[in-house]
Design a protein around this ligand. Structure first.
Ligand code: RP5
Length: 155
């Protein structure tokens, strides 16, 4: 993520990875404050064993695109809700990648961060049947919870 201030949003990605028992690395790597570190981190990520990168950013939301420019690993982008434009600027900046370098863009804010973690796990699960089973259980539990509580007035 681009700043410590993004953690309040990005911890939702960690939440689902904790639930599914997937290990991850968390680090502030800023596109505009530490651009050399961003290039080095992204270029070395595959050799270090990373499989998927989640990039969360608000004000300088070119971060996931810059990471993707430096690695062949799948990069998922989370638009953090910026103060000035409520994250619309982040969303458009992350989503509108020119052809040839891909960033998978999630929703603005907590839901996007959570789903980025979930999608990263789903990518990993394509070659990990045990993880695939955990994801199926998570989804089934979610469905069952909704079906068991259809009354919106219920606490
Ligand atoms: C971006 O600018 C970060 O991703 C963050 O969302 C935003 C504001 O950063 P801080 O000024 O709070 O460090 O770099």
């Amino acid at each position: 993520m681009g700043s410590k201030s993004d953690w309040g949003t990005m911890e939702s990605a960690a939440e689902i990875m904790d639930i599914l028992g997937v290990s991850y690395h968390v680090e502030v790597v800023s596109a505009h404050r530490t651009p050399v570190k961003l290039a080095e981190f992204s270029e070395s990520a595959a050799d270090k064993g990373f499989k998927v990168i989640i990039g969360g950013a608000g004000g300088a939301a070119h971060l996931p695109g810059m990471v993707a420019a430096h690695t062949h690993l799948p990069v998922l982008g989370v638009p953090v809700q910026s103060k000035a434009l409520n994250g619309m600027d982040s969303l458009l900046s992350i989503a509108q990648m020119p052809k040839g370098v891909a960033v998978g863009t999630l929703a603005i804010g907590h839901a996007g961060a959570f789903n980025a973690g979930l999608l990263a796990c789903q990518i990993l699960a394509t070659s990990n049947p045990e993880l695939a089973e955990k994801i199926k259980v998570f989804r089934t539990n979610q469905t069952d919870t909704v079906l068991a509580h259809p009354d919106p007035r219920e606490a």
